[in-house]
Design a protein around this ligand. Structure first.
Ligand code: ARG
Length: 235
């Protein structure tokens, strides 16, 4: 376990879940995005060194962290009380809401959750988007449990939306905007959840937590933060 904390070199192994542009995605096989650049800049401010990136399905990240396969999660992960029962987070580094994607130029243009009556919907497994499907569509009886498709990766969900297998995808707003710009999908409406992303850590790593919070503050105070933000969110 080269990446285990306590090693002399203090290498920390980062884990992500690609397929979530512009935060983490692959282009010609290469992993890139806002989270990748931000964590690299933050760790450069500390005495730790960043190891090789590991790529998991989103719902595999917390088990990988608690199982010591990785030391930090950088995956646009929303800080939530539920997750805080198992892991710790750094200070927040981004804010987000949830959006509902539909096909572009399609007759179906829902304005609210109730418009989904009986229609198939998808989200990535283990996400807050999947929670929104549960609370707004399944628990309320707007759709049956069978009408919900859970995906390992949002890219597959968006592809299924494009080819008509499902009629909506519930996903973080900045990622919805990116897919809407790149593919034949559009944002139908937004649910204001006011989520905040943090880097995830094991609960017993308070030293690393302090170091990353200090590093995050330092990056934010410098020019690099604006550069990174511009690179992934600029026009
Ligand atoms: N922010 C949402 C959550 O924490 C979605 C994150 C999905 N991230 C990813 N890299 N696929 O549940």
């Amino acid at each position: 376990l080269a990446g285990c904390l306590g090693d002399d070199d203090d290498v920390i192994v980062p884990g992500t879940a690609s397929g979530f542009p512009p935060f983490e995605f692959r282009e010609d096989g290469e992993l890139m995005g806002f989270d990748i650049d931000l964590l690299e800049a933050v760790v450069a401010e500390t005495e730790y060194e960043l190891g090789e990136w590991e790529d998991f399905d989103f719902d595999g990240l917390i088990p990988a962290l608690t199982g010591d396969r990785i030391d930090v999660i950088a995956a646009a992960m929303t800080i939530s009380p539920d997750r805080q029962e198992t892991i710790a987070f750094t200070d927040p580094y981004w804010e987000s809401d949830q959006a509902v994607l539909v096909r572009e130029d399609d007759g179906f243009q829902p304005a609210s959750w109730t418009d989904f009556e009986g229609r198939p919907v998808g989200a990535q497994s283990g996400t807050t988007g999947a929670e929104q499907v549960q609370t707004n569509l399944i628990d309320t009886g707007v759709i049956d449990e069978d009408d919900y498709s859970s995906y390992d990766n949002y890219v597959f969900a968006v592809e299924d939306l494009e080819n008509g297998n499902i009629d909506g995808v519930v996903i973080d707003l900045p990622v919805a905007e990116t897919f809407a710009a790149q593919r034949d999908v559009a944002i139908a409406f937004v649910e204001e959840t006011g989520e905040e992303y943090g880097f995830g850590l094991r609960q017993d790593e308070s030293e690393l937590q302090t170091a990353l919070n200090d590093g995050l503050a330092a990056v934010r105070d410098g020019d690099e933060y604006a550069e990174i933000t511009d690179r992934w969110f600029g026009q």
